[in-house]
Design a protein. Structure first.
Length: 325
């Protein structure tokens, strides 16, 4: 699978937080000895990860780099979407869940019902990006109001042409491509643009795989879609990046505008959720997670994501440390 970029939401200032049941400080010592895993301790075993297709390339990059340190550990990364990943995670089927949005209350309840305690860790930042076909020479910047007009549930079957978005735009049929409803990207975009999570017109081409969105936009002159910034970085010849005006002028998503939150409202954090039991009892899981956080700058660079700020990284490390204190 190709490498892509991660997302950052200004709505949260907490990088990692212990959730459910008891405080992290109450956890027992793991079976691994101190420092085992990320320093080349000759580990074996497997680490199972599922969830967001947006976060997957970052986790895959971390897994690839970790193999250079611990060749005996197999880290498998699947992509059933953020919601699909949480279903498996809260059923106890995976060690780590990739997520492009925070866990929902009903998902928390599922985890609690099944005795799954976990810690949320932000591993990178991202600007959710709006893209059009490369032949589109009329749309260089779109306001959030224009995006709302495109994607609002009230626009279904009614707003079907670019000149309905702006009279200066041509008489060109509008073709919409975006995330599937089981995706955290769908949840974030619809809340940021339409004011309510999950509120979206349904007459568009959905997919849990951002590569399909790229191909759809590439193949239709009137197409517009939204996806992670890293997919744009990897497909600059296939799609064209659009600036977004969130009220303070047109801004292009970039490392700088995502980290300083000037790219709004489509900047967001990306997460991994780590099962406490796996982190404590499986040295290979602890080693991988510790490696992931400690080397997030190199991982983010390889996967074309926006890395953590120094403050975010320290918070993540501190939170993980409480699991073994």
């Amino acid at each position: 699978m190709t490498q892509r970029m991660l997302k950052f939401a200004g709505a949260t200032g907490v990088v990692a937080s212990c959730l459910l049941f008891s405080a992290c400080g109450g956890q027992n010592q793991p079976s691994a000895t101190a420092g085992q895993g990320s320093d080349g301790g000759g580990l074996t075993g497997s680490v199972s990860v599922d969830g967001s297709s947006t976060v997957a390339p970052l986790t895959e990059a971390a897994a690839s780099q970790y193999r250079d340190v611990e060749s005996g550990v197999n880290v498998s990364v699947a992509t059933s979407g953020t919601g699909g990943g949480f279903k498996k995670f809260c059923a106890g089927e995976t060690d780590i869940s990739d997520a492009s949005r925070p866990i929902k209350d009903e998902e928390k309840a599922d985890c609690q019902k099944n005795g799954i305690a976990y810690t949320e860790v932000v591993v990178a930042n991202d600007g959710l990006s709006v893209v059009v076909n490369p032949e589109n020479d009329w749309a260089k910047c779109l306001t959030t109001a224009q995006l709302n007009k495109m994607w609002s549930p009230q626009s279904e079957g009614k707003v079907t042409n670019w000149n309905q978005i702006d009279p200066s735009f041509p008489d060109q049929k509008l073709a919409l491509y975006g995330a599937g409803t089981d995706s955290g990207t769908f949840d974030y975009f619809t809340e940021a643009i339409n004011g309510e999570e999950g509120a979206s017109r349904t007459d568009y081409s959905p997919s849990e795989d951002d590569n399909i969105t790229v191909q759809g936009v590439k193949g239709d002159k009137g197409a517009v879609g939204y996806l992670g910034l890293s997919y744009v970085e990897e497909n600059q010849d296939a799609v064209k990046l659009i600036e977004v005006d969130g009220g303070d002028g047109c801004v292009t998503p970039s490392k700088e505008t995502v980290q300083d939150k000037s790219y709004k409202p489509l900047s967001r954090p990306l997460f991994i959720y780590v099962k406490h039991d796996s982190y404590k009892s499986k040295p290979e899981v602890r080693g991988f997670v510790d490696f992931y956080v400690e080397n997030e700058d190199k991982v983010a660079e390889e996967a074309l994501f926006v890395g953590l700020t120094p403050e975010q990284k320290q918070t993540a490390k501190d939170e993980l440390a409480t699991l073994v204190s």
